[in-house]
Design a protein. Sequence first.
Lengths: 631, 631
Amino acid sequence: MSDDTTHSDLHERVRDEVPSHLDVTDVQFEGPDLVIYTETAQKFAEDSDLLGQLARSLRKRVTIRPVSGTHSSIEEAEQVIHDVVPDEATIRDLEFHPTTGEVLIEAEKPGLVIGQRGSTIREITKNVGWHPEVVRTPPMESSTVENVRNYLTQERAERRDFLADVGQQIHGSPEKDVDWIRVTTLGCCREVGRASFVLHTPNTRVLIDCGDKPGAEGEVPYLHVPEAMPLTEIDAVVLTHAHLDHSALLPLLFKYGYDGPIYTTEPTRDLMGLLQLDYLDVASKEGRTPPYSSEQVRQAIKRTIPVEYGDVTDIAPDIKLTMHNAGHILGSATAHFHVGDGFYNLVFSGDIHHEPTRLFNGAVNNFPRAEAMVLESTYGRQNDYQTDTEKSEARVRQIIRETYDRDGTVVIPAFAVGRSQELMLVLEEAMREDEIPTMPIYLDGMIREATAIHTAYPEYLRDGLRQRILHEDENPFIADQFQQVDGGQPMREEIASGEPSIILSTSGMVTGGPIMSWIELLGPDSENTLLFVGYQAEGTLGRRIESGRTDVTLEGTHLTLHCRIESVSGFSGHADREGLEQYVEEMNPRPERILCVHGDEQATDQLSSALYQKHNIRTHQPKNLETFRFP
Amino acid sequence: MSDDTTHSDLHERVRDEVPSHLDVTDVQFEGPDLVIYTETAQKFAEDSDLLGQLARSLRKRVTIRPVSGTHSSIEEAEQVIHDVVPDEATIRDLEFHPTTGEVLIEAEKPGLVIGQRGSTIREITKNVGWHPEVVRTPPMESSTVENVRNYLTQERAERRDFLADVGQQIHGSPEKDVDWIRVTTLGCCREVGRASFVLHTPNTRVLIDCGDKPGAEGEVPYLHVPEAMPLTEIDAVVLTHAHLDHSALLPLLFKYGYDGPIYTTEPTRDLMGLLQLDYLDVASKEGRTPPYSSEQVRQAIKRTIPVEYGDVTDIAPDIKLTMHNAGHILGSATAHFHVGDGFYNLVFSGDIHHEPTRLFNGAVNNFPRAEAMVLESTYGRQNDYQTDTEKSEARVRQIIRETYDRDGTVVIPAFAVGRSQELMLVLEEAMREDEIPTMPIYLDGMIREATAIHTAYPEYLRDGLRQRILHEDENPFIADQFQQVDGGQPMREEIASGEPSIILSTSGMVTGGPIMSWIELLGPDSENTLLFVGYQAEGTLGRRIESGRTDVTLEGTHLTLHCRIESVSGFSGHADREGLEQYVEEMNPRPERILCVHGDEQATDQLSSALYQKHNIRTHQPKNLETFRFP
């Protein structure tokens, strides 16, 4: 079938589905979306059910756009938008794009711009023809979110061509019958780090994640094997979440000529940009040659096609992707692949947290179908049970009180994304409820910026927390006690010599960043406490200190730690052994085969044995560089 | 290291190893061989141990050639050769190649040309400087052997360049450390047919076998997956034996641009040419488009680098290949790969027969090292025990006698290669010893030609048989009762209406060829017998008839079989279940991991379970398109 036939067939099919009094001037794919251009955009907006009906019958996501020239003038549209949208929405910016007939509305309360079931948006279109896109003004200023939005606005024209190309590629008919699918492991098997997989069908190759390995910077995913090469012929990339052990080397793909889409959630796109730029920064500070430049980070952002939890998205002629909340960090997703037309369903868990946390709802484990699963096993060992969260939080409060009483400061190394925000919520509540003395909580490194990104996407947070963030006076992240360390080393020295406080600082495994200065400043004094709350990987300084080493070298300076050293588990973003088992036990439907990955040899071995013995699921414990065929 | 450095380093190393009174003008690689060009070829020949010493210290196969112009004239050399070689050797042809200083000597008794431990050859070189290569005049005329030899002679100049290129490629230093090896299954997993594997290291990709699937012509190996693509970048091909389910699609590689070496034994090279040309012939007779042309068959022959059983051959900078007798058909081999410098050893069994047969010694299962094995499982089911050979032979004799007594003819469908020669030996002996009446045995299809190829390579046959073939009056294959059907359909009709006889005809699974005519002519009459002696694959007419079907359609003609239909097992070229277990049990060293392939789902499942349970070997039952990593 030629492209022309496809296009006119498609036009005809849409024409058939649309009531005859509505115009269908043109129909185009933009990435996974079907865009209908019409001279009667206003009339389309009158029928509130029509779009949903079209999406269901065409099995595509559908967008309506006015044909150029059929919408009112920008001045008139501005007026109408300000009239229709209630003032409480607080519109911060309007950006009109005449070529596509779109208007970007940035507001503090986007829900009020959208209206009940989209009624306000439809009202706007009905009156002016322009098609509104609504984004939230982050409650905390975030340079990342701002930069990403500005950048995407600049690149809007090029992006349209890109989306048209992608659309053409993914909406053709598959060339070959889908009679097998395969998964090749490029990393994170019998190890934690460098997550990367290839999902192949007879027509398509999708790369899932492309991370680094903390503590072993040279060990990158096996991208040079033929299953992944040439990278230019990979059809799509899917990113489960922004942590560097899943995302660090995505920009490298662009350096090697990949120019296709990355499917992920919006918050993951922004967080990945933040973390990748920091990754380059750390590499160059440590005298390593960064594997790519910031230009490729921007390229990755430019090529990202955002998907929302639960949206079924075509990413290839024979693959539909649905991302679901994984409960691990902001925007983290479990990727469900429906391959062929009913042929097979494969789920990549990404990193998951099964139970709800303060920040996120628990990982989704309900799918329409799921024959096989690639499951993380970070805490897969028999005895990998984490302390109950309440007990962990009580222990943290106790350690803080004890340190405060000794006139000391508590230093907590934390990942910028995830653990820090969880801790912030714990500390904010403890101070609010007077369970610990109120004192300054200093955020150093990227923690404040990462937190701001959280507030820009409240819909990805746990139900109750979302509401609190949307009301300024209840937003826990902007409580007074949180203070950004923005004065460099002099400010750190001042803080260190001052009153008792709490320091949250990156990196989380003491492999670089401002935490090094904090340990140097506070570690030698016995009144202070160094408190670990996250997984310390093999080979990191964090692991060595946690294991009892007190003579350390920090960026050239030798010193002996006399501070109290404590570890509290229970704040992990990962399900523990019990959580992993429960996740599988309660999974609906229960998969027939599970590959246990993203855990060391013992963890994957013990988890795969247990799942086989208890649930009679065929389990595997892959090595890197193996290929599994399904079914 | 640049090529120049390598070359001068090599020259220096050889210079160091060679006694100083001998000249080393140049040193070159020709494929896996190291060739020393010298002005003192005569003196090299004086030291009978020198070549062996050089080979051991350089760990290469070594050949000495005179520098052009340092050997005597062709006339003088002819004279000396005829003087030095005893007349009983019966020299048939001398072919001088002045550019390489080689002389090809074809003789009926090549052993007498070579002399005790090469003494006669050395004598020739010592006197004339020319380097002799010795080949056997086949005791039965074989157009295949003749054509292959003529063709290789014509292409000698191009072949030298090819060998120089290959030599350069395989004798460089490996670029990357060998820290993994992998095997990808492209076919013959949970099925019999389309054998094909990729063996990868970080530097090298080797394709092992590339066969078709009898009874399912469309199902070819998965050559289009990235592990095999692009075929132009495969470094080497290794062929275990000539049967079409291992060799049929090798020429296709050349159609798709592969232009590298095929490593296999000399008889396999010739048999593969014979069978591939027949494969094309059958395809076009059946109205299928042949996947390649005879030009590509010639190309495959031209690119073959013969290896002998037991010779350690470099085939890549990080892989050494040793082929060992597999006992299955003429030239069949088990391929042992030594990867990296001591890193890992992997054995591909090919098809094996563990016990000696009339034709061949039993399969070799002794290796210096063997950590993993890819094992055929054709008869891997629990109850796949074959009748004891003596009983099988007695049963065949009984069936022949009974048919003869009823004045009938016995029709035996047989593979041209292997089963036919085994049967010929059984029948010749039975007639010689009067256990069955002497009557004509008609050979139809390629059986006679295949037999002639057997006689051209007697060193590949079982110890006792080899001697008999070399003495004309004892050569069982040229006994009077064997008659070639060379008169087409009229001759077949005459035979069918004549006295009782025995017919051996291809194809072995009744999928085409002259057997179709024989069944049409003889099947409807109840005095005749149709006797199956080989494996009948799923989907073949042979399998349907063997399973009791008597209404058949043969090339458009419907008929009902009234003849007696019998099957006698025990003539298989494959080890039965007991043989497979014994092969593994007695294997030295016992491998740590075994992949059970080349058998249907039940066979591979049952064999892999049994080997695991009895010997605690980690076994797998791969599917096609999977990749296994070692160690």
